[in-house]
Design a protein around this ligand. Structure first.
Ligand code: FES
Length: 210
C-alpha cells in the first residue's frame, strides 16, 4: 500500500501510504477503545501498526496517514514518533537487534555480544547489513536483567547470551529460522541457574516442579 520513488539521501522517499484493509480493521478497534472525541489517544497503536506494515520504519507518508485518520495535526504525530525510541524514521534490517548494554548486561558480557553482532552482520551499529537482514542498536535496560545479557530481536527477547550463543542466534536468523526466544542456556525462565535454591520443599505438599 506504499509507493516508493527516488532516494536522495539513502532514505527511500515514500510518496503514499494507506493501511491495508486488515490493518484498517485494527485501527478502528484501537480508536473504539477511547471516547468519541479522543481518537488521538490511539496514535501510538496506529503508528506501531503503520511501522509494521511499512517494513519496520515510519515513512513520513505513513505518519501523515495516521494524522489524517485521527484528525490530528501532522506535527503532533511527528512529535510522538520522534519521542519514542520504538519508532524508526529510516529503514532498518529485517531483524532489529537491540542489544542491552546497561550495567547488569555489561557486567555479564554485553561487550562480547555487541562485538559478535558486528562481526556476524559485517556492519557498525545503526547500519543495515549487506543482505538487508540486520541492524544492531545499543539500548538501555530492557527489564530482563536477571537473564543478562539480553538482545531483543524485533518483538522477542533472547537471554543469557554469550559470544557463541549470539553467533548461533544470528546465523539461525540468517538461515531463515526463528530460534526459541528466552534463555539460551539450560534455565527455566528467570529461575536460578541450576534450579531452585529456596522453597525447595513444601511442607505437607508436593515437591516443586523441576
Ligand atoms: S541491564 Fe540489560 S536487561 Fe536490564
Amino acid at each position: 500500500m506504499a509507493m516508493i520513488t527516488a532516494d536522495p539521501q539513502d532514505v527511500p522517499r515514500v510518496e503514499s501510504f494507506s493501511f491495508t484493509p486488515e490493518n484498517m480493521e485494527k485501527v478502528r478497534a484501537l480508536i473504539a477503545r477511547y471516547p468519541a472525541d479522543r481518537q488521538a489517544s490511539a496514535v501510538i497503536g496506529c503508528l506501531d501498526l503503520a511501522q509494521r506494515q511499512a517494513g519496520g520504519w515510519l515513512p513520513r507518508a505513513a505518519m501523515d496517514h495516521v494524522a489524517s485518520l485521527l484528525d490530528m495535526a501532522p506535527i503532533r504525530v511527528y512529535e510522538v514518533a520522534t519521542f519514542y525510541t520504538m519508532f524508526h524514521l529510516k529503514p532498518r534490517g529485517r531483524y532489529l537487534l537491540q542489544v542491552c548494554t546497561t550495567t547488569p548486561c555489561w557486567l555479564r558480557g554485553s561487550d562480547a555480544v555487541m562485538k559478535t553482532c558486528r562481526e556476524v552482520t559485517g556492519v557498525a551499529p545503526g547500519e543495515i547489513s549487506a543482505d538487508g537482514l540486520f541492524t544492531t542498536v545499543e539500548v538501555e535496560c530492557l527489564g530482563a536483567c536477571v537473564n543478562a545479557p539480553v538482545i531483543q530481536v524485533n518483538d522477542d527477547f533472547y537471554e543469557d547470551l554469550d559470544e557463541d550463543s549470539t553467533r548461533r542466534l544470528l546465523e539461525a536468523l540468517r538461515r531463515g529460522e526463528m530460534p526459541k526466544a528466552g534463555p539460551q542456556i539450560d534455565r527455566q525462565s528467570s529461575a536460578p541457574v541450576g534450579g531452585p535454591t529456596t522453597l525447595t520443599t513444601i511442607p505437607g505438599g508436593a515437591a516443586p516442579r523441576e
